[in-house]
Each structure stands twice: as structure tokens, then as C-alpha cells.
Design a binder for this molecule. Structure first.
Ligand SMILES: [Zn+2]
Length: 256
């Protein structure tokens, strides 16, 4: 490295500080090295990386090495290169990657568990957001021609149904015993199944019945019910009649 290039490096306040810091920067040919105090009395040398190589190292040590958490990723990187403020860069990079992965997971669940199983809805209501998840869901909705409505930032109560259901869900989770409540995340689907099997006061029909035209079969049903099972034909012919009546009933009750 020429004296001139070295001067360029030292225009950067971060490097200037490093340079004056007990000779931690070593200039050798084209490479700038940084001396790191890895452990007591153990010094390691790592090269100072320009932004392009920083990204390469981040991808290699995080994306291509098991998407490990912040501290583990930082540990891998710190022995392989150096740049001022690298701890913050790593935290930022891993944080962004985690948010992206979470958004992809939510998008996948919406597609696989709802759109693929029940068909895409006319409209999908979500809360206000300009974040990554929001834009990913928007893309998904565009692909299926789903109208993506948003609750207004000024009127979050526009998401009333969801807010009410969240309160109900919270109420149901509170009834879990002490051990189950500590792992409430693992019990959400069974609690939702309980909710779906019983009618709220507003409709008089269980959500399960409204969707499938029959009541849900519960774990103890084979023991407590002695009746004959319906044949598929009987069920299909009854279904259309039930659906017509139920939805009529719901709109009458809901309109009150
Ligand atoms: Zn990651």
C-alpha cells in the first residue's frame, strides 16, 4: 500500500482511531491487518475488509452456515475479518435476516394452511404495516387476486373482529392449567378448536358448523355417542339444506 493510499484510509475517523490505538493496524503490501486481542496474551491478526468483502463474509458465516443467532455469527466473523463497527453490522444483518425468515414463514402458513386448503378469500384484512411481512403478504395477495384491506392507523378498531377474538383467545388461554400456561404457544390450536366447536352468542352456530355443515368430532365422541354414523351420501344431501338454513339463520341473528 502506498503512502497515499494509507493516507486515504486514515481520512476515516474510525481507522485513524485504530491506527493510533497501540499500533493495532498494520499496513503490509496491499492488505491492512488488524491485531485483535483474542484472549489474554493471545493476539490474532485479521484483515480489514472493504464493504464488498464484508458482505461476502456475512453471507458465508450466516446464510451459508446454518443461519445461527447473532452471537454465534459474530464469533465466526470476528476471527475472519475486521471492519470498524462490525458488531453493529452483524447484529443488523442477522436481525434483518430473522425478520425476513419470519415473514416467509407467515406467508407460507397463509398460503399452505388457508389458501391451498380452503381457496383464496375475497379479502384479507391485516393491521397497518409498511414492514417486510406486510409487503410479502401484499405480493401473495396480488398473486391470488385477493383484496388486501388494511385497518387504518387512526382507526385500529376497524380490525374489530380480530381484536375481539384476541381477547376471547386470551381468556381461553388463561384457563389452561399452570404447566400448560407456561407453554401456551403449544396449546393455541387446541384452544382455537375448542372455540370453533361452540357457538358464540351472536350466531347460535359453532364456527366449525358454519364452515363444514356439521359439528366437529371431539376426542371423546366415540365413547359418549352411540348413534349411527351418516353415510357420505346422506351427509352430502343434508349439507346443502343445512347450509341454506344456517346462513339464513346467521344473517337474521347477526342483523339483530
Ligand atoms: Zn438468517
Amino acid at each position: 500500500m502506498t503512502e497515499c493510499e494509507k493516507d486515504d484510509w486514515l481520512k476515516d475517523a474510525n481507522f485513524r482511531k485504530l491506527y493510533s490505538d497501540k499500533g493495532r493496524l498494520i499496513f503490509q503490501d496491499d492488505i491492512v491487518w488488524h491485531r485483535m486481542n483474542a484472549m489474554v496474551n493471545l493476539w490474532r491478526i485479521r484483515s480489514v475488509l472493504p464493504p464488498k468483502l464484508q458482505n461476502l463474509l456475512l453471507r458465508a458465516c450466516h446464510d451459508q452456515f446454518g443461519h445461527q443467532r447473532r452471537n454465534r455469527t459474530f464469533y465466526l466473523i470476528k476471527f475472519r475479518g475486521y471492519w470498524p463497527g462490525m458488531r453493529a453490522t452483524v447484529e443488523n444483518y442477522v436481525g434483518q435476516c430473522e425478520r425476513y425468515q419470519k415473514a416467509v414463514t407467515v406467508g407460507k402458513i397463509i398460503k399452505e394452511q388457508i389458501f391451498d386448503k380452503f381457496g383464496a378469500p375475497e379479502r384479507l384484512l391485516s393491521d397497518q404495516g409498511k414492514n417486510l411481512l406486510s409487503s410479502l403478504i401484499k405480493q401473495l395477495c396480488n398473486g391470488y387476486g385477493v383484496d388486501k384491506a388494511r385497518t387504518s392507523a387512526y382507526h385500529p378498531q376497524g380490525n374489530g373482529c380480530c381484536e375481539i377474538f384476541n381477547r376471547t383467545l386470551h381468556g381461553l388461554l388463561v384457563t389452561l392449567d399452570d404447566i400448560a400456561r407456561k407453554k401456551w404457544q403449544e396449546h393455541v390450536s387446541e384452544v382455537v378448536a375448542q372455540y370453533n366447536s361452540t357457538p358464540p352468542a351472536t350466531t347460535g352456530y359453532s364456527p366449525f358448523h358454519l364452515l363444514f355443515g356439521r359439528e366437529a368430532k371431539l376426542p371423546r365422541d366415540p365413547i359418549v355417542i352411540n348413534g349411527q354414523e351418516e353415510t357420505p351420501d346422506e351427509w352430502v344431501s343434508e349439507l346443502s339444506e343445512r347450509n341454506a338454513n344456517d346462513h339464513l339463520g346467521v344473517s337474521e341473528k347477526g342483523g339483530k
